[in-house]
Design a protein around this ligand. Structure first.
Ligand code: ZN
Length: 463
């Protein structure tokens, strides 16, 4: 079969040599910094040692909240210090820019057009195998503490969990995405989540444990976790835009400061959890993966919030892994939400997740590609932007991230960021068309012509 290259070859580098060099580079990156191992390392070879696997999802967390803005320090220095004990995935991409699709990918290893949760409010079907189900089938105690209604059991996220705490404290709304919110309680802040997590760790005692802990502090309203100032909602910003307030950009800056105030509070709650996990690590092999489901826009492309775009501040999110099996260091190979369940299972000596995800602790091809999408909300709507213009959101949008950057679009039009002279937009449109067909239930193997299939293979989408 003729394989049409998606990107023209570098004229002065033999592709096979370049690939080999890339694998060697990945090995070097995974070798780490040579730092000594932290509290999560093995202290003995005791055969009685337990295994504890912890997935922590930080809702709405921007990468620069952890890493620090260009002009400043991290808003989460304690968490950053813990991250440095492990492997930081510098190019982790969320499967979507909103909560439910990404969390469904974190649980199943499938992309949103495959598991079908392509927007908030859809239910993850029981036919898909989840991370928790595999742990449960392998004699792990499984527990989750989640902090907001979008990941409530109503949406299928309890699958495989022996105990699933989705009782929330803060009353906001009686209805969300067409579903009834029990007693109107929509979310819980991090101090309670950490307390409940610590209790659950004791309650589900046993030699093997898997936990998912989810934190919502960074999501609007901004300043609610910090509590010391008046909170700000996105609607407060939109009201000022509609009123023609010339100072609205300064107000957005203030909004972002409130968001970072919440991050400082969350930082302490995460530190409380990490400290407990580290204290147990002399008797339990402890593998922790921390990841965000999407970021948040504070004026990028004149947009606010999340879910409406696929900007870098929304999909390029923090991710790090602390494990006695992984040397501290950083990796710049593109990875994504679908890699998370595969990696955690591999660290536990297990498998069983389908899809394209890979164990990120193993050498990865630096030229690999990761994929994601954004769907419209329940119906097309007009987003009000900071410049006062309305932006119609009525189409699916996809992205893929590779060594050369990020490409976004759909089967009609695509754009590569940063601009690349070796970009083959036609192949990207074909790829995104396949995603749409998959989302509508058509099998990819029969729905594409040979040329498109070759393009998909070149991108690593089919094998
Ligand atoms: Zn979210």
């Amino acid at each position: 079969m003729f394989r049409r290259p998606l990107f023209r070859s570098d004229p002065w580098t033999d592709p096979s040599l370049r690939k080999m060099a890339g694998v060697m580079l990945a090995l070097v990156m995974l070798t780490g910094t040579g730092c000594s191992e932290g509290e999560f390392s093995k202290k003995s070879n005791d055969a009685e040692r337990g295994t504890r696997v912890v997935l922590i999802t930080l809702d709405t967390m921007r990468r620069d909240t952890l890493e620090g803005r260009a002009s400043g320090e991290s808003a989460m220095p304690l968490t950053q210090a813990w991250a440095r004990r492990g492997l930081t995935l510098d190019r982790h991409y969320a499967a979507s820019s909103t909560t439910d699709p990404t969390h469904a990918s974190l649980m199943t290893g499938l992309s949103p057009w495959q598991h079908g949760v392509s927007r908030n409010g859809l239910v993850l079907d029981g036919k898909y195998t989840t991370l928790a189900e595999i742990y449960s089938q392998n004699d792990y105690r499984t527990g989750a503490v989640v902090s907001s209604f979008p990941v409530h059991r109503t949406f299928g996220f309890e699958q495989g969990f022996e105990k699933f705490d989705d009782v929330f404290e803060i009353v906001v709304t009686q209805e969300w995405s067409g579903k009834v919110v029990p007693k109107g309680a929509f979310y819980t802040l991090g101090d309670s989540i950490t307390s409940k997590a610590l209790s659950m760790i004791d309650e589900l005692a046993g030699p093997r444990q898997f936990f998912w802990f989810h934190y919502f502090d960074l999501h609007e309203p901004y300043g609610d976790a910090a509590k010391d100032k008046e909170t700000i909602r996105l609607n407060d910003v939109y009201s000022r835009i509609e009123a023609g307030d010339v100072g609205v950009r300064d107000f957005v800056s203030l909004t972002r400061e409130r968001y970072e105030d919440d991050a400082r509070v969350l930082d302490k709650q995460l530190d409380r959890l990490f400290t407990r996990l580290a204290a147990d690590a002399d008797r339990v092999d402890t593998h922790i993966l921390v990841v965000s489901d999407h970021g948040e826009s504070f004026g990028e492309d004149n947009s606010l919030g999340h879910g409406k775009r696929l900007g870098d501040e929304l999909i390029h999110v923090p991710c790090f892994l602390i494990s006695p099996s992984v040397s501290p260091g950083r990796s710049s190979v593109p990875v994504g939400s679908v890699d998370v369940p595969v990696t955690l299972l591999a660290l536990s000596g297990l498998d069983g997740i389908e899809g394209l995800g890979r164990d990120v602790t193993q050498p990865l091809d630096p030229e690999r590609t990761v994929f994601g999408m954004r769907r419209t909300f329940e119906k097309p709507f007009r987003e009000l932007r900071l410049d006062g213009e309305h932006h119609l959101i009525d189409k699916l949008e996809y992205f893929y991230a590779d060594a050369g950057g990020v490409t976004t679009g759909n089967e009609e039009s695509v754009v590569r960021r940063p601009p690349s002279t070796s970009f083959d937009g036609e192949a990207a449109r074909a790829l995104f068309g396949v995603f749409t067909r998959e989302l509508s239930g058509k099998a990819v193997n029969t729905a594409v012509d040979d040329e498109t299939r070759a393009a998909l293979e070149a991108l690593g989408y089919v094998q």
